[in-house]
Design a protein around this ligand. Structure first.
Ligand SMILES: CC(C)(COP(=O)(O)OP(=O)(O)OC[C@H]1O[C@@H](n2cnc3c(N)ncnc32)[C@H](O)[C@@H]1OP(=O)(O)O)[C@@H](O)C(=O)NCCC(=O)NCCS
Length: 183
């Protein structure tokens, strides 16, 4: 298994495989994935785009993640900004890297690949904070939540509803760089 940095062109070239990993990891239906594909392709062109992938033997895609500069005018940024008080907004969003996707194929989970992808993505952005959203879940049972807490993400918003989605989400964030993590 190897972890590689992806440029925007790499994500676009492997878009079908990435969407398939995403669908398997999140358990999403095909119709939703088709819509998501268009968004992911557009995200690859955003400023300060950074992506990583984990490849298995034969170079099949086992996992990937990406993010970019979070900025006004982006749908996610504007939703989160609108729900924060002015000081919170200033603290979290004025110089912020949005971690947009982080997924590992279910049969490859539980071996530290997600943690390696996350550490690689968050080593290098020049922004002062990183912020992400993830479905609300039992923090002790959800692998994603355990991972984010292990990386010292704290609550920015809890039980937040994005328009058009009836699931509650948490918005989590932390300061960069990652100098406080145990090696
Ligand atoms: C969240 C997700 C990316 C995490 O990836 P992962 O590879 O499964 O998770 P981790 O890197 O945390 O490793 C999982 C476990 O392996 C353990 N582990 C085993 N061997 C390891 C090693 N060599 N190095 C590090 N950790 C190791 C870790 O301690 C961790 O334990 P835990 O799950 O009990 O906390 C992945 O589970 C996933 O895609 N989930 C579904 C989609 C999702 O929720 N994505 C995030 C939405 S915002």
């Amino acid at each position: 298994m190897r972890l590689v940095a992806w440029q925007a062109a790499d994500l676009l070239r492997h878009l079908d495989a990435a969407i398939s990993v995403y669908g398997q990891a999140m358990g999403y239906p095909q119709d939703l994935l088709e819509t998501r594909k268009g968004y992911v392709a557009a995200h690859a062109h955003r400023p300060d785009f950074r992506a990583v992938a984990t490849l298995g033997e034969g170079d099949e895609l086992l996992g990937f993640g990406y993010g970019y500069l979070s900025a006004p005018g982006q749908w996610w940024h504007d939703q989160v900004a609108g729900a924060l008080r002015r000081e919170q907004r200033r603290w979290w969003l004025t110089d912020c890297f949005e971690l947009v996707e982080l997924h590992v194929r279910p049969d490859a989970q539980g071996h530290g690949l997600g943690a390696r992808q996350l550490a690689a993505l968050l080593t290098g952005p020049r922004q002062r904070t990183v912020v992400l959203s993830t479905p609300e879940a039992d923090e002790t049972r959800s692998r994603a939540w355990r991972l984010y807490r292990r990386f010292f993400f704290s609550d920015v918003l809890r039980h937040f509803y994005f328009p058009g989605d009836d699931r509650p989400f948490a918005v989590l964030g932390r300061q960069l760089p990652l100098s406080d993590l145990p090696s």
